[in-house]
Ligand binder design. Structure first.
Ligand code: G6P
Length: 613
């Protein structure tokens, strides 16, 4: 979603800001803009489309200045066009703002401002906010930081904002509530961004701006932070672990395929220091520190969105099987509003790749207010969710740039599996021998993934056959039902082909009506787990002439002979099949999207990090 970048220092701001916007492109956006102060002018340039369109637009304009703010916009209020793109000027054109989030009471504020003679050019809530800041500043005769503070006290909603003032070329004022914001601290310079990706090239020292905090970045001065209720805060500088290489494509045509191929490594990274195959042991410090809570939990509620929700469903199968604790898996957006019953001895597990998903963050807040213990499973170190949970476990998959989540998903499943195994062993609900077998096998998964990835060319080849399809059905049972959901999601996200995931046996209650010789049906049919039942489901599809693409265990000739296409995965434990079965589905979706000419890494309308509800 919207991306924010800012720079103040001795260098030219324009190239830094443009590069920053390009680093944030992965978040998803539909227009871009930049504001620079130079020689008493506050220049704003905006364009619909990509950052490249903005660069073209700004080509012959004055792009000098060593202070500026820039933005990629994912439309909420008003269609994606040049007028609605950020930055927005205030009425006098003395101030400019960029904003990520939604000002919920913008309509009331707008009416009030109209009465004071303010007029509006755009349809955005953001323009209302900058007019309000200007109105407050002028009527109270205060500086920019104070005006921002006073204005934000009137605002209901979520925001990360950055504001600059034509006559104050030495200051950027930024603030956040709900939406992410990070400050990079360099030598005599500051950077500002929605996440650390635009910053890492310049400095590894960052300050994560907290909720309801206003930060003032001033040339040659210390960083100043105060809350919107006027409490001074001392900035806490943290060191980034990310590297620049992780943000590059490394020779691959797209981030998505790079990230699919990274999975043997990212899985090992997720397990490093946690799974010890020699000693047959798993150690998760987030569990050990809170062992009593897990062992006494009456219920576990998993809350997440999108792909993370699918990982949560797989976690439910594993936790219930091994730890015998009832699990509920909730869409964060539903959970946060449906007045759920949460007890003090419940554990709420929030799963999020980005750690910034607005609905999951709100679900965490709700669970906290009701006294539950909250455990976060996140990929981005230092993001809002890990900072707002009682304990947790990072997935360590490294930055995921492709909008379609791949390596973060398998890392989430790995962490959930480790957690389920640990609870089960400690509770005594999982027999030691089974525990040891599964731990050993978990250690072998990265190698098995490598073997599986050698089938990439073959999958690319047969994927071409299916670019005609308008619809797909994905079927699986048990642990592989969520994999079917995830496979379908991957395909629709990036190839725009409609796809539905279903529990294989449930197909008879509806989707079977859709089956014809034109309908490709992907069936996850490994030997481990309800094999015969799935074979019967395949027969039902075949009888209706559906095209069967099966994911089978190596050596299975029965399902292979029933299928039009089949992809073999190495044999493994039932609970670990999702880690392998997900890979051919990711590759298939990728290759179909590439042949269709889709923008794989930045699919239309989608955002990587959904920071508004
Ligand atoms: C967006 C992304 C998905 C992701 C979902 C949840 O829709 O495009 O890839 O699964 O948000 O995001 P989170 O960061 O909370 O896992």
């Amino acid at each position: 979603m919207c991306g924010i970048v800012g720079y103040i220092g001795k260098q030219q701001a324009y190239p830094i800001l443009i590069k920053g916007l390009q680093r944030l492109e992965y978040r998803g956006y539909d227009s871009a803009g930049i504001a620079l102060i130079n020689n008493g002018n506050l220049n704003v340039y905006k364009a619909k489309g990509k950052v490249a369109d903005l660069v073209q637009f700004a080509e012959k304009k004055d792009i000098t200045g060593n202070i500026g703010i820039a933005h990629t916009r994912w439309a909420t209020h008003g269609e994606p066009n040049q007028v609605n793109a950020h930055p927005h000027y205030s009425q006098s054109e003395e101030l400019a703002i960029i904003h990520n989030g939604i000002i919920e009471n913008y309509a009331v504020l707008k009416e009030g401002l109209k009465e004071h003679g303010y007029t509006f050019n755009s349809d955005t809530d953001t323009e209302v906010l900058i007019q309000l800041i200007e109105y407050v500043k002028k009527s109270n005769q205060v500086d920019l930081a104070t005006a921002v503070q006073l204005a934000l006290n009137q605002v209901v909603g979520a925001y990360a904002i950055a504001v600059i003032e034509k006559n104050k070329p030495d200051t950027i004022v930024a603030a956040r509530k709900g939406s992410p914001l990070v400050v990079g601290v360099g030598e005599d310079e500051y950077f500002l961004a929605s996440d650390a990706t635009p910053i890492i090239e310049f400095t590894n020292k960052v300050v994560y701006v907290g909720d309801e905090e206003i930060v003032t970045l001033e040339r040659d001065k210390e960083l100043r932070i105060k809350t919107i209720s006027n409490v001074e805060k001392t900035p806490e500088i943290k060191k980034l672990e990310m590297t620049l290489n992780q943000l590059e494509k490394g020779g691959y045509p797209h981030f998505m395929i790079k990230e699919i191929f990274e999975q043997p490594k990212t899985l090992s990274d997720s397990m490093r220091g946690r799974v010890n195959v020699e000693e047959n042991n798993i150690t998760l410090s987030g569990f050990i520190d809170n062992k009593g809570k897990f062992l006494n939990a009456k219920r576990i509620i998993i809350t997440a969105c999108g792909t993370s929700w699918h990982a949560g469903l797989i976690g439910m199968y594993a936790i219930e099987e091994f730890a015998r604790i009832p699990v509920e898996v909730e869409y964060s957006s539903e959970f946060r509003y449906r007045k759920p019953v949460i007890n003090k001895d419940d554990i709420v597990i929030a799963i999020s790749q980005s750690g910034e998903t607005a609905d999951t963050l709100a679900a965490v807040e709700l669970a906290r207010s009701q006294g539950a213990f909250i455990f976060g499973i996140c990929n981005v170190v230092g993001a809002s969710i890990p900072r707002n949970t009682d304990s947790g476990c990072y997935t360590h998959a490294g930055p995921e740039i492709g909008v379609a989540s791949t390596k973060a998903f398998t890392a989430q499943v790995t962490v959930l599996t480790m957690l389920a195994l640990m609870i089960g062993r400690e509770k005594g609900t999982l027999h030691q021998d089974r525990y040891l077998q599964i731990v050993q096998e978990l250690g072998r998964i990265p190698e098995k993934m490598k073997m599986l990835l050698t089938q990439n060319d073959a999958i690319a080849q047969f994927a071409k056959t299916f670019t005609y399809a308008q619809n797909f059905i994905y079927l699986g049972r048990g642990y592989n039902f969520p994999v079917a959901l995830e496979g379908a999601l991957k395909l629709k996200e990036i190839s725009y082909i409609h796809a539905e995931g279903y529990p294989a046996a449930e197909m008879k209650h509806g989707p079977i009506a859709l089956i014809s010789h034109e309908m490709p049906v992907v069936v996850i049919a490994p030997s481990a787990g309800m094999y015969e039942k799935v074979v019967s489901n395949i027969q039902e599809i075949k009888a209706r002439k559906g095209k069967i693409i099966s994911i089978i265990t190596e050596g299975d000739v029965v399902v292979k002979n029933l299928s039009d296409y089949s992809i073999s995965i190495p044999d493994t434990e039932e609970c670990l099949v999702p880690l392998l079965a997900a890979i051919p589905l990711q590759l298939m979706a990728y290759h179909i999207a590439v042949v269709k000419g889709c923008d794989v890494d930045q699919p239309r309308n989608l955002a990587k990090s959904v920071t508004v509800e």
